[in-house]
Design a protein around this ligand. Structure first.
Ligand code: NAD
Length: 308
């Protein structure tokens, strides 16, 4: 009932979309399916072709997405890309008309995100940071989790659009707080995957069967997402990357990026995160061992000395 109301209310909304890659493309496709007119721009021909097939009206420059736009969504690789798109004389914010809402769904560093928010505010424009979790599958199925930073007013305005692309939409507070939530969460995940991997390796070295250890630890104080959902030992939990030759899932490269963002934030706030720093160094080694495109759970193999 609620979705129907939202859909009716938003029929024919004009949406601009910049960054139509692995995540942006299926997100834009869901907005098209929900009845919106989506104008999209990307630098990559491959992304543009796919977007066109998904019903997005492809435009020639990032500024073209602004025309009559109610909302503009960006899904870019990192902070420098988001700053290039939003800031400067030819950036989106300098050329936008008042009333356009901007939602940056990219995962970027908190400082860049807050800089973009401040610039939006100086132009009297509404802006949200809304990084996601749920990966490509979540984007395709419209089940992403959005962690949103910005004003309550902007959040309420964005919500019907986010509802189309996501299953859980959480307002994390003011500017940059969505990014803060995302990187703090992923720092826990990166650290805990190393901990779970070390524990399974040690259990094996001590002669303890992996399944038995899982049965005990997954219902004891060692239980965590890396144990129960992304378990790094093949065959222990159904559907994991480890059971599929460590095909990503969540690539080690992506985990390194997020742990790097956490370390930037740690320096910037002068807040010590020594385990986060250690985890980052461990994933750097994993990537040096050629596993960047493999799932981050393959760290168990490196810790076991199986990669050289
Ligand atoms: P991607 O590299 O597939 O897509 C990014 C797109 O942005 C590319 O098509 C690129 O051409 C485009 N782009 C870069 N600069 C541009 C510019 N100036 N103008 C227009 N287009 C530009 O990356 P992705 O996997 O879609 O990830 C996007 C963001 O989502 C990242 O910040 C990532 O950390 C985050 N994220 C990804 C996943 C995942 O599983 N892939 C999960 C959660 C969050």
């Amino acid at each position: 009932m609620r979705n129907e109301t939202i859909k009716r209310r938003l029929e024919m909304a004009q949406v601009g979309f910049v960054g139509l890659g692995n995540m942006g493309n299926p997100m834009a496709a869901n907005l098209v399916r929900a009845g919106h007119a989506v104008k999209g721009f990307d630098l990559s021909e491959t992304s543009i072709e796919l977007a066109r097939e998904n019903g997005v009206t492809v435009v020639q420059s990032q500024l073209d997405v602004l025309e009559n736009a109610d909302v503009v969504i960006t899904m870019l690789p990192a902070g420098q890309h988001a700053k290039a798109v939003y800031l400067g004389a030819n950036g989106l914010l300098a050329k936008a008309h008042r009333g356009t809402l901007f939602i940056d769904c990219s995962t970027i560093d908190v400082a860049s995100s807050r800089e973009i928010h401040a610039k939006a505010e100086s132009h009297d424009l509404s802006m949200l940071d809304a990084p996601v979790s749920g990966g490509v599958i979540g984007a395709e199925t419209g089940k992403l989790t959005f962690m949103v930073g910005g004003s309550t007013e902007a959040f309420e305005k964005a919500r019907p659009f986010l509802d189309i692309m996501g299953g859980r939409i959480i307002h994390a507070g003011g500017a940059g707080n969505g990014q803060a939530a995302k990187i703090c969460n992923n720092m826990i995940l990166g650290i805990s995957m190393v901990a779970v991997s070390e524990a399974f390796n040690l259990a094996e070295a001590l002669g303890l069967d992996a399944r038995t250890f899982f049965d005990i630890s997954s219902s004891s104080s060692g239980s965590c997402w890396a144990m129960t959902t992304h378990n790094p030992v093949p065959g222990i939990v159904e559907g994991t990357a480890s059971s599929n030759n460590y095909e990503a899932g969540f690539a080690a490269n992506m985990m390194l990026k997020d742990l790097g963002l956490a370390q930037m934030a740690s320096d910037y706030t002068d807040c010590p995160t020594p385990m986060g720093a250690e985890a980052r160094a461990i994933y750097q080694m994993l990537i040096k061992a050629g596993q960047g495109d493999k799932d981050y759970a393959s760290v168990i193999k490196m810790l076991k000395g199986e990669l050289s």
